[in-house]
Structures are given as C-alpha cells and as structure tokens.
Ligand binder design. Structure first.
Ligand code: ATP
Length: 233
C-alpha cells in the first residue's frame, strides 16, 4: 500500500517550549492508524502540526511524497487533509444544516449533504436545530460530517469518543469503519483502547513528543498490559 503521510523528525514548539522531539510514523492509503498515549504526550500537537496549525515546526511531513511541513493550513486543506478537533468547533449560533454547508469544498469528491445524513441519520432529524441544542454525540457527528463535505480524503480525528456515552461511541466507531470502507485514510488520536483496537490497522504509542512503539492492530489485545502501562491505566 502506498504511503499517504510520512512524518519524520517532526519537532514543534509552543513559544519557547518544545513539545515534539522527532516524531516518526507513516499512514498508508486507506488505513486507520491511531496515536495512543497519555495526556500531554503530544498527540494533538502532532495532528495540529500536520494541518499546519503550529506556528513553529520543523522536520518533515510528506503527503504522497511531497513536503508540506512549511505549508499554511489553507494549502494543506486544499491538498485533501481535514482536522476534526477534540473541542469539535461547532458554530453554536448556526443550525446543523448551516454548520454542514459552511466549510468550503477544497477538493473534488466532497460528500453531498444527503450522503452525510445517511452516514449520520441522527443529524437528519436535527437539521434545523441550533448547534447549542445538540448533545455531545450529535456535536461529534456534526463535526465529523462537516469535514466530509470538504472533499478531504485524509481525516485527522482528535479523540472523537471523548466524554461520550458507550452507545454513541459504538455508533461513531461504526461510522469510522464505514469511512474506511469508503476509502478514507484516517489518523486517529485516542485514549479509549477498546475503541482504537476495534478500528485501527496499526497503533503508534507516543511518549514525551516521540513515537516509542508501533503495534499492529492484530497484536493490540495480546499486548494490552504493555499498552495500559504506556497509558498509565
Ligand atoms: P491530551 O490528550 O491532553 O490533549 P496530547 O497527547 O494530545 O494530550 P498535546 O495536547 O499535544 O498532548 O500536548 C503536548 C504538550 O504541549 C503538553 O505538555 C501540553 O501541556 C503542551 N501544550 C499543549 N497545548 C499548549 C498550548 N496551547 N500552549 C503551551 N503548551 C501547550
């Protein structure tokens, strides 16, 4: 399988504080790959760096072989990468429909709203509801659905299960599996090992701004003890 993303020697800073110290990993076309690790390990910063959102970053991020480490976010978006942040970024004064329509089409092949609503049937009944009226699960679905409208084929998802009830987590898991079946490439930050193990082809463990282990999906169960100790569980 071709490498879609190749991150090497990636460093990033908040002001003077360096938080990524040479991240190394790759994501192949059509894979779901997770970044696992404790709070503060640098997972979100890695996604933000790929999206061009960190002011100061260095090293290399290759997208289909082309260097993008210095590109601004709008260029990265146009190349087909989308970021779904942990805080979801729903516009609370806008309706579900308006939130879905808002992001511009940046690449060919964005899913039409009707198709997005097939993937997230809950949103169909809430189309005219204001963002503030949505449950946490509905907000997460809207945040995911919204990036599918843009035409992005590579999805960076930051803790989509955070704070959600088990039944909603299952639903989000089903949707991510469906997106994989549709050919999307997904880099997922997760703390929920059960959720990650059901979905991902491979996992990278992140500690103190570095990848310290790579675990194939098939080995996650047998290495659960090691993983729990990495995560401090
Ligand atoms: P979490 O699950 O808590 O988000 P994470 O693995 O995603 O954990 P990051 O959010 O990438 O970790 O944080 C990496 C480091 O950068 C941490 O030490 C954190 O305190 C620091 N950090 C994160 N955001 C900022 C910020 N805006 N300004 C300064 N330091 C930050």
């Amino acid at each position: 399988m071709a490498e879609t993303l190749r991150v090497s020697g990636l460093e990033a800073w908040y002001g003077e504080s360096k938080v990524l110290h040479g991240m190394e990993f790759c994501v192949r076309a059509g894979e779901v790959v997770t970044l696992l690790g404790r709070n503060g390990a640098g997972k979100t910063t890695t996604l933000k760096s790929i999206m061009g959102l960190m002011d100061r970053r260095a090293g290399s991020i290759r997208l289909d072989g082309a260097e993008i480490v210095a590109a601004p976010p709008y260029e990265i978006a146009r190349k087909g990468i989308a970021f779904c942040p942990e805080e979801r970024g729903i516009f609370s004064s806008l309706s579900v429909r308006e939130n879905l329509m808002l992001p511009p089409r940046v690449a060919e092949g964005g899913l039409p709203i009707e198709r997005i609503l097939e993937l997230f049937p809950n949103l169909k009944e809430r189309l005219d509801s204001q963002g503030t009226k949505l449950s946490g699960g509905e907000q997460q679905m809207l945040a995911l659905g919204r990036i599918l409208h843009t035409g992005a084929r590579i999805l960076l998802l930051d803790e989509p299960t955070e704070g959600l009830a088990p039944v909603i987590i299952q639903e989000i898991g089903r949707t991510i599996a469906e997106l994989k079946a549709l050919g999307f490439t997904i880099l997922l930050v997760e703390q929920n090992v059960g959720f990650a193990s059901a979905l991902a082809d491979r996992h990278y463990v992140v500690e103190l701004g570095r990848v310290v282990d790579e675990i194939p999906g098939s080995e996650l169960e047998s290495r659960l003890g090691t993983i729990k100790s990495y995560l401090g569980l």
